[in-house]
Structure formats: C-alpha cells, structure tokens
Design a protein around this ligand. Structure first.
Ligand code: THU
Length: 138
C-alpha cells in the first residue's frame, strides 16, 4: 500500500467492511463455510467476491478468485490490497490455489484477514506464498 498511515487505515477498514458484506452473498449450501473478499484496484475501485459452491463440489470457486476474476474482466490490472472475511477465530487465509492466482495478478500485496467480530491481521502475500512459480521462470 502507499506510505500514508491514515489513508491506508481508511482503505483497510473499507476493504474489511466490503469483504464482510460480500460474505453475506456466499453460495455455500454444502460446506456452510461463507467467505467474502474485497480487492482494491489502483483505479480506486473495490472488486468483491464470495465463494460460489457447486453440487459437484470440485467446481466450487473461492471468494478470492471470484474477486480477482471480476476485477480482471472489468479491465483492472493493478491492485493495492485484498481483504478476506470468514467466521473463524483463527483467521482464514486464502487457499493454495488462490495464492497462486493472487500472485499472478496482484504480486506481493498486503492480505488483510478479518472475522465478523473485528479480529484482523495483515500479511504480505509473499509470506503466505514464498518461492512462487510464475512467469519469471518461463
Ligand atoms: N473458501 C474460500 O472461498 N476461500 C478461502 O480462502 C478458503 C475456502 C471456500 C471454498 C468452499 O466454498 C468453502 O470455503 C469451504 O472450503
């Protein structure tokens, strides 16, 4: 994020709220595990996502990937920060598949984890996903 403490806190708070609200739209009839995500683009827009499950189970898409793919499909290409919301005491981080996709499109951005009781923690994607395979190897 940018080097502006107050503004960064305002952005982080907005993203937490957006992720918690997006979580309310989760389609999770199989796991009942509801997740929301909110991704801020450098264009200022916030792209949200929720998990969308499927009766096949395997076709389920995580909240984070829904947010990234919505953003990409809207033409956004640079991102500032992502928030992920789930109702767990140990805050829920992005799954491995989502970490790979986030690395591809967002690089080493801050990942804010939050739950509905306001518990929150911020990690860099690189901490969650060290030694990533990416286009630099191709
Ligand atoms: N899920 C997400 O949406 N994001 C995560 O970071 C972890 C897992 C979803 C996938 C599935 O719908 C449910 O949570 C249980 O795995």
């Amino acid at each position: 994020m940018r080097d502006n403490f107050i503004e960064d806190h305002v952005i982080a708070d907005k993203l937490r709220h957006a992720a918690l609200r997006a979580r309310e739209n989760a389609h999770a009839p199989y796991s009942h595990f509801r997740v929301g995500a909110a991704l801020k683009g450098t264009d200022g827009a916030i792209y949200t996502g929720c998990n969308v499950e499927n009766a096949t189970y395997g076709l389920t898409v995580c909240a984070e990937r829904v947010a990234v793919f919505k953003a990409i499909s809207e033409g956004a290409r640079k991102f500032v920060c992502l928030a992920v919301a789930a109702d767990t005491e140990t805050l829920t981080p992005p799954c491995g598949a989502c970490r790979q996709i986030l690395w591809e499109f967002c690089g080493d951005i801050p990942i804010i984890l939050v739950n509905p009781r306001g518990k929150s923690e911020t990690l860099q994607l690189k901490e969650l996903f060290p030694r990533a395979f990416d286009a630099s190897f191709l």
